[in-house]
Design a protein around this ligand. Structure first.
Ligand SMILES: NC(=O)C1=CN([C@@H]2O[C@H](COP(=O)(O)OP(=O)(O)OC[C@H]3O[C@@H](n4cnc5c(N)ncnc54)[C@H](OP(=O)(O)O)[C@@H]3O)[C@@H](O)[C@H]2O)C=CC1
Ligand SMILES: CC(C)(CO)C(=O)C(=O)O
Length: 342
């Protein structure tokens, strides 16, 4: 076994992203512990962990290929690398658990959406011990109720991690899960946030992303919301990197094309599983809190500072909060109900 494979890695909050990333690392021989909830831990220990992707690289990990834990004290104590994969509203609590239970030499990597998570981790752990990262792909957990846990990468992309001198990239970069280093990780995260503004629209629509983007009325809303976000970031002087090589202002233009032209222009973007929906849709379906305050919420906070109007971002935030409170899953709204009295 190499030193890399000995390094104890804990996935802190193993759900969709955490189980997918953890499974790929464990399949490559890394020493992985999943800190997860009891129900999922029980299922994985009974059935193992099935992991798949768009290209057909399926793996079935038997339970002995990784360690499962539901106790933060146990899962975090010996960890040297902690991959934080909880939703943004749980970062503060997870940061406190890491500070309490992990050793002073453990490094935490945020695999989360939004732009505030690494900052929260740094407040608890110090800036030397926190690395930011961006996961570009979608992970879905679609399976029949009694089937074994299955984590499917439903779209493509390379994980981006903040450049470090510690060899982190080579620990995380394994077969079927490429990882690249970035010197401009903050811009990468803002670029992803602009794209994640669609999470709210997608969750309200209840549609798979491919179907949502097949409808020009939804695309017009995505473009309008993105346009508000771009205007606010430009006014605030915040840099954002292209997402998957596509500048967001080009995306905003492409979204307004008629269906046939859009299908050609966005062929690569649309090459995703036909069932893929945003992680926010999963939250609404499960009756959980969403990350809307960390996506539209960031744009609205900045807009208030720079004095820019963001009516659509505000309306999407309000509608998602209504759906959260109702706890009836996605409201399945048509685009006209979202654009409403704007
Ligand atoms: N899903 C996706 O396709 C993508 C998600 N992301 C981002 O990645 C991050 C994670 O998302 P995702 O994987 O979808 O989230 P999930 O909700 O699927 O996974 C997070 C898991 O962490 C668990 N958890 C929270 N606190 C603890 C704790 N103290 N101990 C043990 N388990 C805990 C949650 O349990 P419980 O729900 O019971 O609290 C949940 O099962 C988010 O920021 C998301 O935006 C980024 C790219 C794609
Ligand atoms: C992959 C993407 C952009 C959209 O599904 C996402 O980040 C999410 O679902 O949270």
């Amino acid at each position: 076994m190499t030193e890399t494979n000995d390094l104890p890695i804990t996935v802190a909050g193993a759900g969709s992203v955490g189980c997918y990333v953890g499974a790929r690392l464990a399949a490559a021989g890394r020493n992985v512990t999943l800190l997860t909830r009891p129900a999922l831990a029980a299922e994985i220990s009974r059935h193992g962990l099935h992991c798949s992707d768009l290209e057909g690289h399926d793996i079935d990990l038997s339970p002995d290929r990784l360690t499962l834990s539901t106790a933060p004290s146990e899962a975090l104590a010996g960890a040297k690398l902690i991959l934080v994969a909880v939703k943004s509203h749980d970062t503060e609590a997870m940061a406190a658990l890491i500070a309490e239970h992990a050793g002073d030499d453990a490094v935490a990597v945020s695999l989360q959406n939004g732009v505030s998570n690494a900052g929260i981790l740094r407040e608890h752990l110090g800036s030397e011990r926190v690395v930011d990262a961006m996961v570009p792909f979608n992970v879905v957990q679609n399976r029949p109720a009694d089937a074994p846990p299955r984590f499917h990468r439903a779209s493509g992309g390379v994980i981006q991690v903040e450049t470090t001198t510690t060899g982190l990239r080579s620990v995380l970069d394994v077969q079927h899960m490429p990882v690249a280093e970035r010197d401009d990780i903050e811009a990468v995260l803002w670029g992803k946030l602009l794209v994640n503004l669609n999470n709210g629209l997608n969750a309200l629509s209840g549609l798979p992303i491919v179907e949502q983007f097949g409808d020009r009325r939804w695309r017009a809303l995505v473009a309008r919301q993105l346009g508000e976000g771009l205007a606010v970031l430009n006014a605030a002087g915040i840099r954002y990197a292209p997402y998957e090589g596509v500048p967001q202002r080009v995306l905003a233009l492409a979204l307004r094309l008629p269906d046939a032209l859009f299908r050609v222009a966005a062929k690569r973007m649309l090459s995703m599983d036909k069932n893929a929906r945003s992680s926010m849709w999963e939250d609404l379906q499960a009756g959980r809190h969403t990350e809307i305050d960390y996506l539209q919420g960031e744009i609205i906070r900045l807009a208030d500072q720079v004095g820019h109007p963001t009516p659509l971002n505000r309306r999407v935030l309000a509608l998602v909060k209504e759906a959260e409170t109702a706890k009836k899953g996605s409201p399945g709204l048509p685009p006209e109900a979202v654009s409403g009295p704007l």
